[in-house]
Ligand binder design. Structure first.
Ligand code: RRO
Length: 316
């Protein structure tokens, strides 16, 4: 416990100071006020993000839509949420306790702009995460893979939106795509990017029954957990190297232990969010990860995350 107290694990984004660098990944433990309360009060959690919202409540995809699998999880939730108003009310009610993230994921550009107008006109004074990467709504491709549409949305957004805004990105798999998305994002006054969303449209088989592990979309769904770690590290690193210094990075993907958190910070993450492992362990995971991160830092002789953030060494 002594090491935790003496170790500094803070970050700042858009003038907000986070007293711990961990939070939930959007979608996990954040759909209801009961779940959100648990993250808000969890030791070791420095913030929370609300479930990505649409203008109206959505039930999401029917049937089994999340499954644990070897090396992680697969999901096709389909954007179940209780509406922007629900999460906006919660965020406004609790925004003086910690800096909070409100996530939105409109199914159309018009929906996103409408929600951003509502947030702009509200008393919310935290951070907004615009989710451009939901992989699971049938017939709706991930916007983050369409660089022109991403630019168009950001142009229309920043024409009126003045509160701190970031984007949740899908994983990119080609160096040219890192260059292309960074060129778009660097043209806007973004507060942060959050990378990565789940690795879209994987498929996993239950060997007992020879069936797909989840029901929606014929079994196709987003992959998270350990299997996502190298892709998350590459995206955090690749974007940190390319984005303006003023755009902070939230690293998401593959966190199971304190060393995983350490690695995301080493690749450039300011904050680190936890999805699959939070789903599996519950909010106690934050204090475990915090203690394990402190242990890793002690092994390396660090007492502040700023001492090794973005400090990855390479072999040539
Ligand atoms: O609700 C979902 O199916 C979902 C969303 Br919006 C997302 O951004 N990422 C994900 O893995 N699932």
């Amino acid at each position: 416990m002594k090491e935790i107290i003496m170790t500094t694990m803070t970050a700042s984004i858009a003038g907000f100071t986070f007293e711990d660098i961990l939070l939930n990944a959007a979608g996990v433990y954040c759909q209801t006020t009961e779940e959100l309360d648990q993250i808000l009060t969890a030791p070791g959690a420095g913030s929370l993000v609300t479930k990505s919202a649409t203008p109206a409540e959505r039930a999401g995809n029917p049937g089994v839509r999340y499954a644990d699998m070897p090396l992680g999880s697969i999901n096709s939730m389909g954007l179940p949420n209780l509406s922007l108003d629900y999460y906006l009310d919660y965020a406004i009610a609790h925004q003086d306790e910690k800096p909070l993230f409100l996530s939105i994921a409109g199914l159309t550009k018009a929906d996103n702009l409408q929600m951003l107008h509502e947030i702009q006109d509200s008393d919310f004074n935290g951070l907004v995460e615009l989710n451009l990467s939901c992989p699971n709504v049938p017939g709706k491709p991930q916007t983050g893979y369409d660089f022109d549409t991403t630019r168009q949305i950001l142009e229309e957004t920043f024409a009126f939106f003045k509160k701190p805004l970031g984007v949740k990105l899908p994983p990119y798999f080609d160096i040219a795509h890192f260059d292309m998305i960074a060129a778009v994002l660097n043209d806007f006054p973004l507060a942060f990017v959050n990378t990565i969303n789940s690795i879209g449209n994987g498929l996993m088989v239950d060997p007992e029954t020879d069936t797909a592990m989840i029901a929606p979309k014929g079994g196709f769904g987003g992959l998270g957990g350990a299997i996502a770690k190298p892709t998350a590290l590459a995206n955090v690193r690749g974007l940190r190297q390319r984005l303006n210094a003023g755009i902070k990075v939230i690293g998401t993907g593959g966190v199971q232990n304190g060393r995983d958190v350490y690695d995301l910070v080493l690749c450039g993450a300011d904050l680190v969010s936890v999805g699959t492992t939070l789903h599996q362990e519950g909010p106690e995971v934050f204090n475990r990860l915090k203690a394990e991160l402190a242990e890793q830092m002690k092994l390396k002789g660090y007492d502040d995350v700023n001492q090794f953030r973005s400090a990855l060494q390479t072999l040539n």
